[in-house]
Ligand binder design. Structure first.
Ligand SMILES: [Zn+2]
Length: 82
């Protein structure tokens, strides 16, 4: 059993070494791809952040209450419950 495990380990080590040699030339482009993907994710996050919270400077449309005539923000109930 020990000899088989040693042989298996040797095969795994050779396979890993072969893969490292084969893909060493591709690490550069791979790193660039990871960097680009990270940038895309960061840009998406930055683009989504301002729209997630309401803009306090956004003008509110005022509408007159049909009951008392008080101008209240559209969609909000008047204090008179009209
Ligand atoms: Zn009212």
């Amino acid at each position: 059993m020990g000899a088989i495990l040693k042989l298996l380990l040797t095969v795994i080590v050779i396979a890993v070494a072969w893969y490292l040699i084969k893909f060493r030339g591709r690490i550069g482009p791979f790193k660039a791809a990871v960097k680009a993907a990270k940038k895309v994710a960061e840009d998406a996050q930055a683009a989504a952040a301002p729209t997630a919270k309401p803009d306090p400077q956004m003008p509110v449309k005022l509408v007159a209450c049909p009951k008392c005539g008080t101008y209240v923000a559209q969609g909000k109930a008047c204090a008179c419950n009209g």
